[in-house]
Design a protein around this ligand. Structure first.
Ligand SMILES: [Zn+2]
Length: 130
């Protein structure tokens, strides 16, 4: 088990009319490139097409994960909260991704607590580490 706690990021990606797929928290393998979005994407396996799929995240995806969404043509992004990290919603929407921000207080509380407890991991995760 990794000594590093994981950022509680995105959780699942699913294709319409298929069961939701869940990933574990991001980074349990100690790999800083493993975010919830990438873990969920990998867990879902290859799809004949990514059109019609939805990525659901706790908070806004970072640039890296936003690129993943565009690269594979994921159609819809559902974001739990965008208070702790704004993300690039307009950029995604400008490329045809439907973006829904739920502004869920529970997601915001989860992320606020995580950031307070693990500021170094948070900064690394959002590309702010120096
Ligand atoms: Zn990310």
């Amino acid at each position: 088990m990794s000594p590093w706690p994981a950022t509680p990021r995105g959780r699942r990606r699913r294709r319409a009319r298929r069961p939701a797929l869940r990933s574990r928290r991001s980074g349990p393998d100690g790999d800083p490139s493993t975010h919830g979005e990438t873990a969920a994407f990998r867990a879902a396996g290859r799809q004949p097409t990514y059109r019609g799929t939805t990525m659901t995240t706790t908070l806004s995806p970072c640039w890296y994960c936003s690129g993943l969404i565009l690269q594979f043509g994921i159609s819809r992004l559902v974001v739990g909260e965008a208070r702790t990290f704004e993300g690039r919603h307009e950029w995604l929407a400008g490329h045809g991704v439907e973006v829904v921000v739920l502004d869920d207080p529970e997601c915001a509380e989860l992320m606020t607590a995580f950031i307070k407890e693990h500021p170094g991991i948070w900064n690394e995760d959002i590309g702010e580490s120096s």
